[in-house]
Design a protein around this ligand. Structure first.
Ligand SMILES: [Zn+2]
Length: 171
């Protein structure tokens, strides 16, 4: 699971740093208590705990609490929620595809005007309100051919759709 770059990306965000992925690795391997994980990874116990709760917070880990009959202390057995990773990757890529499509629609349905010194980029309405003059430098705004930008967004959408399909088919 940790060989998939999408998974690594998602988890690195949650655990705040690639070095903490070792903790996730332990969980996947079935090491279940914070102390054992700390020992195995040589990561400080308080950091291990923090990371476990971060994972828990994101639904990526769960725990079972049990009381030691002798010491009366509680111990926590942690489990990694692998299915949740799949779900989150799916919703993440759906979200990205949606916002790229919104961006594409804006680019396709608007004309844009650009300052030659790249201070401003405005749509027709905003540019005409300023009489097509850049408020920063006073240069005239020029019509921008945004077809390259449109193509780039389309390419990104195709790439994201591929990722999405890969995520869905790896179930
Ligand atoms: Zn300007």
């Amino acid at each position: 699971m940790l060989k998939d770059p999408m998974v690594v990306n998602l988890l690195t965000d949650v655990v705040e740093g690639e070095e903490n992925l070792e903790i996730v690795k332990c969980l996947i391997e079935g090491v279940s208590t914070d102390e054992e994980i700390a020992e195995k990874t040589e990561i400080r116990l308080n950091i291990v705990r923090k990371v476990l709760y971060k994972l828990y917070d994101q639904g990526l880990a769960s725990y079972k609490r049990s009381k030691d009959p002798e010491t009366q202390w509680y111990s926590y057995a942690w489990t990694f929620e692998g299915k949740e990773v799949q779900k989150q990757l799916e919703s993440k890529s759906t979200h990205i595809i949606k916002s790229l499509n919104v961006e594409l629609e804006i680019e396709e349905n608007n004309m844009f005007f650009l300052c030659p010194n790249e201070h401003t980029r405005l749509d027709f309405e905003d540019a005409s309100q300023l009489s097509f003059i850049c408020p920063e430098c006073g240069e005239e705004l020029g019509f921008e051919d945004n077809s390259k930008k449109i193509n780039k967004i389309k390419e990104e959408i195709t790439a994201c759709e591929k990722v999405y399909e890969a995520v869905c088919s790896s179930k």
